[in-house]
Design a protein around this ligand. Structure first.
Ligand SMILES: [Zn+2]
Length: 258
Protein backbone atom coordinates (compact mmCIF):
# COMPACT_ATOMS: atom_id res chain seq x y z
CA UNK A 1 0.00 0.00 0.00
CA UNK A 2 1.27 3.49 -0.77
CA UNK A 3 2.44 5.07 2.49
CA UNK A 4 1.39 8.43 3.86
CA UNK A 5 4.24 10.47 5.34
CA UNK A 6 4.20 13.40 7.74
CA UNK A 7 7.31 15.58 7.85
CA UNK A 8 8.03 18.39 10.29
CA UNK A 9 9.29 21.55 8.58
CA UNK A 10 9.48 23.57 11.79
CA UNK A 11 8.84 23.00 15.47
CA UNK A 12 9.02 26.42 17.15
CA UNK A 13 6.15 28.61 18.26
CA UNK A 14 6.51 32.40 18.46
CA UNK A 15 9.89 32.76 16.67
CA UNK A 16 12.51 30.30 15.39
CA UNK A 17 15.38 29.04 17.51
CA UNK A 18 18.87 28.85 15.93
CA UNK A 19 18.88 26.15 13.24
CA UNK A 20 15.13 25.59 13.50
CA UNK A 21 11.96 26.99 11.93
CA UNK A 22 8.47 27.94 13.05
CA UNK A 23 5.31 25.89 12.47
CA UNK A 24 5.05 23.79 9.35
CA UNK A 25 4.14 20.21 8.45
CA UNK A 26 3.95 18.50 5.07
CA UNK A 27 1.74 15.45 4.50
CA UNK A 28 2.48 13.40 1.39
CA UNK A 29 0.67 10.64 -0.44
CA UNK A 30 1.17 9.18 -3.89
CA UNK A 31 3.43 11.98 -5.15
CA UNK A 32 1.25 14.86 -3.90
CA UNK A 33 1.72 17.03 -0.82
CA UNK A 34 -0.31 19.20 1.54
CA UNK A 35 1.55 21.84 3.55
CA UNK A 36 -0.02 22.90 6.84
CA UNK A 37 1.35 26.26 7.97
CA UNK A 38 4.46 27.91 6.55
CA UNK A 39 6.01 29.79 9.44
CA UNK A 40 9.38 31.53 9.36
CA UNK A 41 12.14 29.28 8.02
CA UNK A 42 9.90 26.57 6.60
CA UNK A 43 9.99 27.31 2.86
CA UNK A 44 13.64 26.36 2.17
CA UNK A 45 13.01 23.13 4.06
CA UNK A 46 9.82 22.46 2.07
CA UNK A 47 11.58 23.04 -1.26
CA UNK A 48 14.47 20.80 -0.23
CA UNK A 49 12.14 18.10 1.03
CA UNK A 50 9.98 18.13 -2.12
CA UNK A 51 13.10 18.39 -4.31
CA UNK A 52 11.47 21.20 -6.25
CA UNK A 53 12.43 24.92 -6.34
CA UNK A 54 8.75 25.75 -6.82
CA UNK A 55 7.21 23.09 -4.54
CA UNK A 56 5.60 21.61 -7.65
CA UNK A 57 4.02 18.59 -5.85
CA UNK A 58 1.89 20.85 -3.63
CA UNK A 59 -1.79 19.91 -3.93
CA UNK A 60 -2.85 22.52 -1.36
CA UNK A 61 -1.67 24.76 1.45
CA UNK A 62 -3.61 25.02 4.70
CA UNK A 63 -2.79 27.92 7.03
CA UNK A 64 -4.36 27.68 10.45
CA UNK A 65 -4.32 31.38 11.37
CA UNK A 66 -2.81 34.77 10.71
CA UNK A 67 0.19 34.81 13.01
CA UNK A 68 3.65 35.04 11.46
CA UNK A 69 4.99 31.92 13.17
CA UNK A 70 2.44 30.14 10.90
CA UNK A 71 2.46 32.41 7.82
CA UNK A 72 5.92 34.00 7.63
CA UNK A 73 7.15 32.03 4.60
CA UNK A 74 3.86 32.07 2.67
CA UNK A 75 4.93 35.24 0.77
CA UNK A 76 8.18 33.44 -0.11
CA UNK A 77 6.21 30.57 -1.65
CA UNK A 78 4.16 33.14 -3.59
CA UNK A 79 7.35 34.68 -5.00
CA UNK A 80 8.89 31.32 -5.87
CA UNK A 81 5.77 30.36 -7.81
CA UNK A 82 5.33 33.79 -9.40
CA UNK A 83 8.90 34.18 -10.62
CA UNK A 84 9.94 30.56 -11.20
CA UNK A 85 6.71 28.58 -11.60
CA UNK A 86 4.19 30.84 -13.29
CA UNK A 87 2.95 28.04 -15.54
CA UNK A 88 2.06 25.84 -12.60
CA UNK A 89 -1.64 25.60 -11.70
CA UNK A 90 -2.89 27.77 -8.85
CA UNK A 91 -2.51 26.06 -5.47
CA UNK A 92 -5.69 25.73 -3.41
CA UNK A 93 -5.13 27.82 -0.27
CA UNK A 94 -7.36 27.11 2.73
CA UNK A 95 -7.06 29.74 5.44
CA UNK A 96 -8.90 32.51 7.28
CA UNK A 97 -9.40 35.70 5.28
CA UNK A 98 -6.88 37.68 7.34
CA UNK A 99 -4.10 35.45 6.01
CA UNK A 100 -4.88 36.17 2.38
CA UNK A 101 -5.41 39.89 3.05
CA UNK A 102 -1.88 40.11 4.45
CA UNK A 103 -0.52 37.97 1.62
CA UNK A 104 -1.89 40.44 -0.93
CA UNK A 105 -0.09 43.23 0.93
CA UNK A 106 3.19 41.48 0.20
CA UNK A 107 2.64 41.35 -3.58
CA UNK A 108 5.32 43.04 -5.69
CA UNK A 109 3.99 46.41 -6.81
CA UNK A 110 1.09 46.03 -9.23
CA UNK A 111 1.61 42.29 -9.74
CA UNK A 112 -1.46 40.25 -8.86
CA UNK A 113 0.64 37.29 -7.85
CA UNK A 114 -1.61 36.17 -5.01
CA UNK A 115 -4.61 35.45 -7.25
CA UNK A 116 -2.36 33.83 -9.85
CA UNK A 117 -0.40 31.59 -7.51
CA UNK A 118 -3.18 30.68 -5.08
CA UNK A 119 -6.80 29.66 -5.36
CA UNK A 120 -8.13 30.91 -2.02
CA UNK A 121 -10.94 28.67 -0.74
CA UNK A 122 -11.52 30.21 2.68
CA UNK A 123 -12.11 27.74 5.52
CA UNK A 124 -14.73 25.26 4.28
CA UNK A 125 -15.81 22.50 6.66
CA UNK A 126 -14.59 19.97 4.09
CA UNK A 127 -12.68 19.89 0.82
CA UNK A 128 -11.11 17.31 -1.48
CA UNK A 129 -7.85 18.26 -3.17
CA UNK A 130 -5.30 16.12 -5.02
CA UNK A 131 -6.42 12.83 -3.48
CA UNK A 132 -6.64 14.23 0.07
CA UNK A 133 -9.87 14.68 1.99
CA UNK A 134 -9.61 17.67 4.32
CA UNK A 135 -11.85 18.66 7.22
CA UNK A 136 -11.37 21.98 8.97
CA UNK A 137 -12.32 22.46 12.63
CA UNK A 138 -12.59 25.84 14.30
CA UNK A 139 -10.36 26.11 17.37
CA UNK A 140 -9.97 28.96 19.85
CA UNK A 141 -6.96 31.27 19.57
CA UNK A 142 -6.35 35.02 19.69
CA UNK A 143 -7.49 35.26 16.04
CA UNK A 144 -9.70 33.23 13.67
CA UNK A 145 -8.08 29.78 13.67
CA UNK A 146 -8.68 26.26 12.33
CA UNK A 147 -7.24 22.80 12.85
CA UNK A 148 -7.23 20.30 9.97
CA UNK A 149 -7.86 16.58 9.50
CA UNK A 150 -6.25 15.08 6.42
CA UNK A 151 -7.25 11.66 5.06
CA UNK A 152 -5.46 9.85 2.26
CA UNK A 153 -4.61 6.25 1.43
CA UNK A 154 -6.48 4.89 4.44
CA UNK A 155 -4.52 7.05 6.91
CA UNK A 156 -5.73 10.04 8.91
CA UNK A 157 -3.54 12.84 10.23
CA UNK A 158 -4.69 15.86 12.24
CA UNK A 159 -2.86 19.09 13.01
CA UNK A 160 -4.14 21.53 15.60
CA UNK A 161 -2.28 24.70 14.85
CA UNK A 162 -2.57 26.78 18.02
CA UNK A 163 -5.51 26.09 20.30
CA UNK A 164 -6.90 26.35 23.77
CA UNK A 165 -7.86 23.18 25.69
CA UNK A 166 -11.41 22.53 24.51
CA UNK A 167 -13.54 19.56 23.47
CA UNK A 168 -13.18 20.43 19.77
CA UNK A 169 -9.54 19.28 19.94
CA UNK A 170 -10.78 15.79 20.86
CA UNK A 171 -13.12 15.78 17.86
CA UNK A 172 -10.34 16.98 15.58
CA UNK A 173 -8.08 14.13 16.63
CA UNK A 174 -10.71 11.36 16.88
CA UNK A 175 -9.02 7.99 16.08
CA UNK A 176 -6.29 9.56 13.93
CA UNK A 177 -3.08 7.71 13.10
CA UNK A 178 -0.95 10.76 13.85
CA UNK A 179 -2.01 13.82 15.87
CA UNK A 180 0.28 16.86 15.65
CA UNK A 181 -0.58 19.03 18.65
CA UNK A 182 0.35 22.44 20.03
CA UNK A 183 2.51 21.97 23.15
CA UNK A 184 3.66 25.53 23.70
CA UNK A 185 4.34 24.87 27.39
CA UNK A 186 4.71 28.57 27.99
CA UNK A 187 4.83 27.98 31.74
CA UNK A 188 8.34 26.57 31.31
CA UNK A 189 9.61 30.11 30.66
CA UNK A 190 9.39 32.01 33.88
CA UNK A 191 9.26 35.76 33.38
CA UNK A 192 8.09 35.63 29.74
CA UNK A 193 5.40 38.28 29.18
CA UNK A 194 2.03 36.61 28.82
CA UNK A 195 -1.46 37.66 27.81
CA UNK A 196 -3.39 39.93 30.18
CA UNK A 197 -4.84 38.23 33.27
CA UNK A 198 -8.25 36.74 32.59
CA UNK A 199 -7.46 35.90 28.94
CA UNK A 200 -8.63 32.36 28.14
CA UNK A 201 -5.96 29.73 27.46
CA UNK A 202 -5.17 29.96 23.75
CA UNK A 203 -2.30 27.50 23.65
CA UNK A 204 -1.79 24.07 25.21
CA UNK A 205 0.64 22.59 27.66
CA UNK A 206 2.20 19.25 26.75
CA UNK A 207 0.18 17.62 29.54
CA UNK A 208 -3.04 19.00 28.04
CA UNK A 209 -1.93 17.83 24.58
CA UNK A 210 -1.39 14.33 25.97
CA UNK A 211 -4.72 14.23 27.79
CA UNK A 212 -6.69 15.48 24.76
CA UNK A 213 -4.91 13.06 22.40
CA UNK A 214 -5.68 10.18 24.78
CA UNK A 215 -9.37 11.08 24.88
CA UNK A 216 -9.36 11.36 21.08
CA UNK A 217 -8.01 7.83 20.72
CA UNK A 218 -5.08 9.05 18.60
CA UNK A 219 -2.51 6.36 17.84
CA UNK A 220 0.60 8.55 17.83
CA UNK A 221 1.12 12.02 19.26
CA UNK A 222 3.59 14.54 17.88
CA UNK A 223 4.22 17.54 20.13
CA UNK A 224 5.14 20.78 18.39
CA UNK A 225 5.07 24.61 18.59
CA UNK A 226 7.53 24.69 21.48
CA UNK A 227 8.23 28.05 23.04
CA UNK A 228 11.86 28.90 22.15
CA UNK A 229 14.26 27.63 24.78
CA UNK A 230 11.83 25.09 26.20
CA UNK A 231 13.09 21.82 27.64
CA UNK A 232 11.47 19.54 25.06
CA UNK A 233 12.20 16.28 26.81
CA UNK A 234 10.33 17.60 29.83
CA UNK A 235 7.37 18.30 27.52
CA UNK A 236 7.57 14.73 26.21
CA UNK A 237 7.49 13.36 29.74
CA UNK A 238 4.54 15.56 30.69
CA UNK A 239 2.56 14.33 27.66
CA UNK A 240 3.58 10.69 28.17
CA UNK A 241 2.13 10.82 31.68
CA UNK A 242 -1.28 11.43 30.04
CA UNK A 243 -0.99 9.52 26.75
CA UNK A 244 -0.22 5.81 26.55
CA UNK A 245 0.90 5.65 22.91
CA UNK A 246 4.09 6.93 21.28
CA UNK A 247 4.86 10.58 22.05
CA UNK A 248 7.22 12.12 19.50
CA UNK A 249 8.87 15.51 19.62
CA UNK A 250 8.59 17.47 16.38
CA UNK A 251 12.07 18.09 15.02
CA UNK A 252 13.00 19.78 11.75
CA UNK A 253 13.19 17.00 9.12
CA UNK A 254 11.45 14.35 11.23
CA UNK A 255 9.40 12.09 8.93
CA UNK A 256 6.75 9.68 10.19
CA UNK A 257 5.36 7.00 7.90
CA UNK A 258 1.86 5.54 8.29
ZN1 LIG B 1 1.80 30.03 16.94
Amino acid sequence: MTPVTITTLGSCGAWPEPGRACSGVVVEYDGAAIAVDLGWGTLPRLLTHLRSPTAAPLAAVVVTHDHPDHTGDLPALMRARWYAGRDLPAVPLLCPEAVVVRLRESEDGAHRSCAHVFDWLGTPDAATVGGFDLALHRLPHYVDNVGVRIEAGGATVAVTGDTGPIEAVVELGRDVDVFVVDATDRHQRQGVPGPPPGTPAYNLTAAQAGALAARAGARRLVLTHFWPGNHRERSRQDAAAEFGGDVLLADEGLTITV
